[in-house]
Design a protein around this ligand. Structure first.
Ligand code: AR6
Length: 172
């Protein structure tokens, strides 16, 4: 049951045809590099216009906009923690990114949502640890919620893909 609700699709998250894709944003919500830059480029300038109205977002929080030029109808913008060695609440803040993003998807009764590896790029969170938190938190949430029906993890490299697959196997 649970397994079918989680899928791993390697590649550019902006191409994924889910109800929502998650953006690994920064507190300004006004764009940046990495997956944030790719999402804004693919969505077009209207996304930035809507983001300007949101007034930023705290670390661990999440806010939703429309997807504009993306195949996804919505973008859920979340702000991961900057890695500062692991003793500054980074794990819990990353967990909140997943819970808050999934919570928005559940409130809206979205069927599918795709996540990049939040914080594991420019923000320096160790990838394997980030993937473990992503998988554990998502599993917990899906155990208690009907929506979203499907969660897609979108690793951006073969190495990242195998880390998701390993985490999904080891926690069954
Ligand atoms: N599709 C899927 N994953 C991607 C894509 C893509 N198109 N591009 C990169 N990744 P990062 P962060 C992966 O740096 O660490 C921005 O400037 C990437 O390989 O995008 O949360 C924001 O504005 C990595 O595994 O996000 C913030 O300032 C993962 O996405 C800051 O970076 C996250 O890398 C946020 O840093």
């Amino acid at each position: 049951m649970k397994k079918q609700r989680i899928e791993v699709i390697e590649g550019d998250i902006t191409r994924i045809n889910a109800d929502a894709i998650v953006n690994a944003a920064n507190p300004s919500l006004l764009g940046g590099g990495g997956v944030d830059g790719a999402i804004h480029r693919a969505a077009g300038p209207e996304l930035l216009e809507e983001c300007r109205l949101l007034g930023g977002c705290e670390t661990g929080g999440a806010k939703i906009t429309r997807g504009y030029g993306l195949p996804a109808a919505f973008v859920i913008h979340t702000v991961g923690p900057v890695w500062r060695g692991g003793a500054h609440g980074e794990d819990e803040l990353l967990r909140r990114c997943y819970l808050n993003s999934l919570g928005i998807a559940a409130d809206r009764r979205l069927k599918s949502i795709a996540f990049p590896a939040i914080s594991a790029g420019a923000y320096g969170f160790p990838l394997e640890r980030a993937v473990g938190i992503a998988v554990r938190t998502t599993r917990e949430f899906l155990d208690e919620n009907k929506f979203p029906a499907k969660v897609i993890f979108a690793p951006f490299s073969p190495e990242a893909k195998s880390l998701y697959e390993k985490a999904l196997l080891s926690e069954e």
